[in-house]
Write a protein that binds this ligand. Structure first.
Ligand code: ATP
Ligand code: MG
Length: 393
C-alpha cells in the first residue's frame, strides 16, 4: 500500500475549453506552495496525485488548503491490485482502525474495462465488511464513515476522509488586477475574493507621512503578506501621497475633499495598473458604507477612469465582510488602530451626493497633473514580504 494525496479540481467542469490552462496554472501554483516539501506531482485530466516523500502529510494538506482551484483534498491508500477478494481484505484492514457505527461504500469505476460494475463492487465489499466488522451497520443516507474506492487504470485507491479545498480558479488564470489596499477590513477581503476568481493581484497603497504613521504602512504590508499566502508574487506599490493630499486640502471645498482625493487615487491607480499590465482595478468599496460610497459618489469618483473597477464586497453587509476577514485571517490585523490617510483628512460633513461639475471645477484650481506624475515617479515597490514583515506577524 502506498499513501498519497489525491486532489479533485475545482470549477473545472464548467470550463471545458480552459482545461489545460487550468491544470497547468494549478500545477504551477501547487508546486510553488509546496516548494519546501519533498513531493512529486502526478496529474491527469481529472485528478492530480501528490506523492509526499517526506511523509509530512498534515502540513502538506494545510498548505493545499490555501490553493485556489482545489475542490477537495484526500489522503488515500493506493494498491496495485484490482482483485475483488484482495480489495475486500484491504477495505477490512482499513476500516478496522477507524471508530464508527454506521458506514457505506461508494465506488467509482474510472477503469471501464474493469468487469464488475461500481454498485456491485460497493455491494460486495460492503457485505464483506458487514460480516467481518463487529456491530457495524450500513446507513446509505447519513453514514458516519464513507469508504471511497476508485478503481483506476493504474490501481485501486481507498479513502475515507475528504478535506474541503477553497475552490475558485487557480490564481493567475485571469491575468492581473491592481488592488487598492488600505489598512481596513474591506480591501483585503476584496483582494481575497479577486484571487479566488483567478486574478493575480498587485497592491497599491496611498501613504501620507507624517499624517499617517509607519505603523499604518506596516499594517498594509502585513495584510499584503497575509494575502500573499494565497498567491505568492505579491507586490505592494507605495505611493507618496502627502503633497497631493495637502494640495487638495488647501485648494478644495472641505465637503468635496474626499471625493477629489478618491478621484486622484483612481487616476493614479489606473496609470500604475496600465504600467504594470493590470487589466482591472479592485477595491473594497461597499455600497452605502460611507459618504464616498453612495451610488452618486461612486459614479462621480469612477468618472476619471475607463478601466473596469471590480468591487467584490460592494453588495456584502459589513458583518458578512467581517466574518470573511476572520475566516481568511486578516481581521486581527485590520482592526489594529492606526490612522489611514482617509481618516486624517476627513471633513466633518463630506458631501453625500457630490456634483460632477463642481468636482471638476475644483480640480481646475491647482496643478494636480504634475503632482500625480510625481507620485508615480516616486513609487516605492515592495515585494519581499517575509523579510519586510516577519517581526510583525
Ligand atoms: P477598508 O476597510 O478597506 O479600509 P473603508 O471602509 O475604510 O475600506 P474607504 O476608506 O472609503 O472605505 O475606502 C474604500 C476603498 O478604497 C478601500 O477598501 C480601498 O480599496 C481603497 N482605499 C482607501 N484608502 C486607501 C489607501 N490609503 N490606499 C489604497 N487604497 C485605499
Ligand atoms: Mg479604509
Amino acid at each position: 500500500m502506498e499513501k498519497l494525496i489525491l486532489i479533485k479540481y475545482g470549477e473545472l467542469t464548467t470550463k471545458k475549453g480552459n482545461r489545460n490552462l487550468f491544470i497547468k496554472t494549478l500545477t504551477k501554483n501547487i508546486e510553488e506552495m509546496l516548494q519546501n516539501y519533498d513531493v512529486n506531482i502526478i496529474k491527469n485530466r481529472v485528478r492530480m496525485f501528490i506523492e509526499v516523500k517526506d511523509q509530512k502529510f498534515d502540513e502538506v494538506v494545510k498548505q493545499l488548503q490555501k490553493v485556489f482551484g482545489l475542490h477537495s483534498i484526500v489522503i488515500c491508500e493506493k494498491v496495485n491490485t484490482k482483485d475483488i477478494e484482495e480489495l475486500k481484505k484491504i477495505a477490512f484492514k482499513m476500516l478496522k482502525q477507524e471508530t464508527f457505527d454506521t458506514f457505506k461504500v461508494v465506488t467509482d469505476r474510472a477503469d471501464k474495462t474493469y468487469p464488475i460494475k461500481s454498485m456491485e463492487v460497493s455491494r460486495q465489499i460492503g457485505g464483506y465488511l458487514l460480516k467481518y466488522l463487529d456491530h457495524k451497520k450500513v446507513d446509505i443516507h447519513h453514514p458516519q464513515l464513507t469508504l471511497h474506492i476508485e478503481i483506476r487504470t493504474d490501481g485501486t485507491y481507498f479513502y475515507t476522509k475528504e478535506v474541503e479545498g477553497i475552490g475558485g480558479y487557480p490564481v493567475g488564470i485571469q491575468g492581473k488586477g491592481m488592488l487598492m489596499l488600505s489598512g481596513g477590513i474591506d480591501s483585503p477581503v476584496a483582494g481575497y475574493l479577486a484571487l479566488k476568481r483567478g486574478v493575480q493581484i498587485e497592491c497599491i497603497y496611498f501613504d501620507s507621512p507624517p499624517h499617517t504613521s509607519m505603523e499604518a504602512k506596516n499594517k498594509v504590508l502585513t495584510l499584503a503578506s497575509l494575502l500573499n499566502q494565497y498567491s505568492g508574487h505579491m507586490k505592494v506599490h507605495v505611493i507618496p501621497f502627502t503633497k497631493l493630499q495637502e494640495a487638495i486640502f488647501k485648494n478644495c471645498d472641505p465637503t468635496y475633499m474626499i471625493t477629489i482625493m478618491r478621484r486622484m487615487m483612481y487616476r493614479i491607480t489606473e496609470r500604475l495598473a496600465k504600467k504594470r499590465n493590470c487589466k482591472i482595478i479592485i477595491n473594497g468599496e461597499s455600497i452605502g458604507q460611507v459618504a464616498s460610497q453612495t451610488l452618486t459618489s461612486m459614479s462621480v469618483i469612477n468618472e476619471v477612469t475607463n478601466m473596469p473597477v471590480i468591487r467584490p464586497v460592494a453588495c456584502m453587509d459589513k458583518l458578512e465582510i467581517i466574518r470573511m476577514s476572520e475566516k481568511i485571517g486578516t481581521y486581527e490585523t485590520s482592526i489594529l488602530p492606526f490612522e489611514d490617510c482617509c481618516t486624517i483628512f476627513v471633513p466633518k460633513h463630506p458631501v453625500i451626493y457630490p456634483d460632477l461639475k463642481k468636482a471638476k471645477e475644483m480640480e481646475t484650481t491647482f496643478d494636480y497633473e504634475s503632482l500625480i506624475q510625481e507620485c508615480i515617479q516616486n513609487v516605492e515597490t515592495i515585494s519581499n514580504f517575509e523579510e519586510e514583515t516577519s517581526d510583525l506577524l
